[in-house]
Write a protein that binds this ligand. Structure first.
Ligand SMILES: [Zn+2]
Length: 176
């Protein structure tokens, strides 16, 4: 018995031409064939777009180093922060937009991760080697943890913002 294959319903927006800078406003059934399968031509175009080199190279390592120094990831000269943790909207030196960052709670997570590991070793060494009075140990370690956290937090935020800039994440995709 001959069974007619049902044509899948493909939303009309998927019929738009996938060409880069395509001026053609006419929808064209280029992405899918008559029975709704994705075409080989489409796969080729998608691969070309995915592997196309970005117009401006953004080296990761210098950007990360600049971020750790709380400097603009692009030029390494302008200040990254307008306050203790407030990222400046635009670099005063090279005018790179920096307000696109989405560091969120990443810097706090990294700070806890690093400080927690350091504190573990310090507590162990302090107790086994020095055996101080409990109140001395508690006070010293608390102060050390707070100072280390406050020192690392902006630097790790700078690192995350720099990675986002170098990887063109969020709104950092412009050519500037
Ligand atoms: Zn800059």
């Amino acid at each position: 018995m001959h069974v007619k294959r049902a044509t899948p319903k493909v939303p009309s927006q998927f019929f738009a031409c996938p060409g880069v800078n395509c001026e053609d406003s006419e929808p064209t059934p280029f992405l899918f064939d008559k029975i709704g399968r994705i075409t080989i031509a489409t796969k080729r175009v998608v691969k070309m777009i995915d592997t196309a080199p970005l117009d401006v190279d953004r080296p990761m390592k210098p950007a990360m180093w600049n971020g750790l120094r709380c400097r603009c990831p692009n030029c390494g000269e302008g200040r990254l922060f307008a306050g203790y943790l407030k990222v400046t909207d635009r670099c005063a030196h090279c005018s790179t937009d920096l307000h696109h960052h989405r560091a969120d709670d990443g810097p706090a997570y990294l700070t806890i991760l690093v400080v927690g590991h350091i504190m573990g070793f310090v507590m162990h060494l302090m107790w086994t080697q020095l055996r101080p009075e409990p109140w001395v140990m508690a006070t010293t370690l608390t102060l050390f943890a707070v100072v280390l956290s406050l020192f690392l937090l902006p630097r790790l935020k700078g690192l995350i913002v720099a990675i986002q800039w170098a990887k063109r994440m969020h709104g950092f995709g412009g050519t500037a």
